[in-house]
Design a protein around this ligand. Sequence first.
Ligand SMILES: Cc1ncc(COP(=O)(O)O)c(C=O)c1O
Ligand SMILES: N[C@@H](CCOP(=O)(O)O)C(=O)O
Length: 462
Amino acid sequence: MQYISTRGAAPVLEFEATMLTGLARDGGLYLPEHVPPMTQAEIAALAGLSYEEQAYLVMRPFIGDTFSDAEFRDLIARAYAGFGQPARAPLKQLGPNHFLLELFHGPTLAFKDFAMQLIGQLFQAALARSGERVTIVGATSGDTGSAAIEAFRGLANVDVFILFPYGRVSDVQRRQMTTPDDANVHALAIDGDFDTCQALVKDMFNDFDFRDGVRLAGVNSINWARVLAQVVYYFSAAVSLGAPHRPVSFTVPTGNFGDIFAGYIARAMGLPIEKLIVATNHNDILHRALSSGGYVTDGVKPSISPSMDIQVSSNFERALFDAYGRDGAAVAQLMDELKATGGFHISQGALEFLREAFASGRASEEETTATITRIAQQTGEVLCPHSAVGVHVAEQNLSATPMVTLATAHPAKFPDAVEAATGQRPALPARMADLFDRPERVTRLPNDLGAVQALIRDRISV
Ligand SMILES: Cc1ncc(COP(=O)(O)O)c(C=O)c1O
Ligand SMILES: N[C@@H](CCOP(=O)(O)O)C(=O)O
């Protein structure tokens, strides 16, 4: 299995190098050269298997000979052993044809754990073999950061630097990043928004002296392995609802487009997904782009679903690559235009391609709060604000096809928004009960590439 860049001008890589590289050297994102299909019989055979076995069967064709079969099975088992639910991703019924896929039972209470716990294992195995050390740098709007820290804390051959927007993550999210006391964990509060943090990370990857000097690695969803691990739960949910004999639709609370792009890969592998519905909060660039063809940034507005406060949605580039017939030069031109002018127009042909797979909707702040209130009253399920955005949009798109909405975080990560909607403050799990008593360790930095790079060099003594 070989991986190519969305901008067509970076080396073609095998799985291991793709995973350890993160962003391609031409600024693009890696994708498999061909998506390996699963037959109807292979999909049907997933029903009733453990999540771990489904994960092995779905991901195996993508990893080439990076790991032996036994090693890969073992790494998957280790990755999910710490999840609080035997089903890993339980499916709950919300309404007659509407289901909720709970993805928040991992160690940091968000869907990010599904991928991050696995790539933590894959990195450790690969680095143990090569004897290399890496510097992981990640941008977060709140959840990726804590998931990455949890997956890599305490490892001898990894330093992990997480850039989060100062004052724009919830208190629980911030403390999850600032309270681990491991020497290899570095939480950096940046003056700016998530897009600022993500741009700094990409700039570090595009500075080859720095990149090679510190042996930079990325664990944002620019890393293909992150997307791959998220493909699995689309299969697990769909087969439990009757796939491949019955199609299913998914609504996905969306920011950086990584999670929904994993659904797109599942669909490309042959999973009968009728529609993938992008659900945004009032940072609705993706909804506007799919509605009008204009992808135009207009500044990140804080919301009660802060993890989706994103305007420059990294993984949309992967979808554009397919929509433009895998023409890397065309994608590079769009991305240059985005950087220079803050937007671009999607061609009619590409837009039609995207609309065949994706639909979209948005939820206002009021609609999000009202959805948390109503669903708690009707079903007893307490949604986090991101999941509520998803449920609101899904409800506008219900049909005869079963709809699965992804519940992407635990409500206790966003207690203020949930309390405002339900009158009840959701409790953190017992293992996190002392989160607010632990001392915080964080460095505040301006939006200045040189300052961030200097700090990283200093901390790792390069
Ligand atoms: C809780 C939550 N929901 C939804 C999203 C959006 O997911 P994606 O960025 O993959 O579109 C995020 C951030 O990634 C998140 O943390
Ligand atoms: N919502 C994310 C933003 C980063 O997304 P990623 O999937 O590219 O890591 C977060 O919580 O940090």
